[in-house]
Design a protein around this ligand. Structure first.
Ligand SMILES: O=P(O)(O)OC[C@H]1O[C@H](OP(=O)(O)OP(=O)(O)O)[C@H](O)[C@@H]1O
Ligand code: HPA
Ligand SMILES: [Mg+2]
Length: 184
């Protein structure tokens, strides 16, 4: 899927495929250096983190294990209420492990703040976060994101795993949606 397939629904390309992969290589080099000689378990948060997990893992030279979690906010239906339900839990036991949570985006930060507390309660050696994108709103909650790809403006973004109503995840770049898409 590329820019021509999304047509007038796309407002602008915020980060190109090349920008994403260049930055990911830098993050991977940092992660390789930080975990040299250490065990490392990557935990991807479904579904948005699928692309960044696949690309980051392949840029790493470090031998890693990969596991997945699916979580969902519930209640009023408002996104990221902070009340999170586990839809699919990890297969791995985290006791004594170095865990790196891999996320596509930290927006309000509420999903991650819940996830960090949850995973830290399972007796790991360490828990850190790698996120491709971070929005300024994430500053509202105290979260230490060790590896950040890009800080982006407070706009709704799509592509590279990120969806609008489950669509556009397979765009290879990150873009913003044209206003008429929301208005429909
Ligand atoms: O910082 P927050 O405001 O909590 O938002 C970030 C979370 O929201 C998105 O997931 P979403 O719940 O849309 O599920 P998805 O990954 O399946 O699209 C994204 O993948 C993060 O997990
Ligand atoms: O900007 C976004 N786009 C898509 N999904 C999201 N989940 C949190 N923020 C976003
Ligand atoms: Mg989503």
């Amino acid at each position: 899927m590329d820019q021509s397939d999304i047509g007038s629904d796309l407002e602008s390309v915020l980060l190109s495929e090349e920008q994403l992969s260049t930055r990911l290589a830098e993050m991977a080099a940092q992660i390789d250096a930080d975990y040299a000689g250490e065990d490392l378990l990557l935990v991807g948060v479904l579904k948005g983190a699928v692309m960044v997990m696949a690309d980051l893992a392949r840029q790493l030279h470090h031998p890693v294990e990969m596991d997945w979690m699916a979580v969902s906010s519930y209640g009023s239906g408002t996104k990221s209420s902070g009340v999170v339900r586990i839809l699919k839990d990890l297969d791995a036991d985290l006791t004594g492990r170095n865990v790196l949570i891999v996320e596509d985006i930290v927006d309000s930060g509420l999903t991650l703040s819940w996830l960090l507390a949850n995973l830290r309660s399972r007796g790991p050696k360490s828990v850190e976060v790698a996120a491709m994108l971070r929005k300024p709103e994430a500053n509202k909650v105290e979260i230490d994101v060790r590896y950040v790809g890009f800080d982006i403006p407070n706009e709704f973004v799509i592509g590279y795993g990120l969806d609008y109503a489950e669509k556009y995840r397979n765009l290879p770049f990150v873009g913003t949606l044209a206003p008429h898409v929301y208005a429909e």
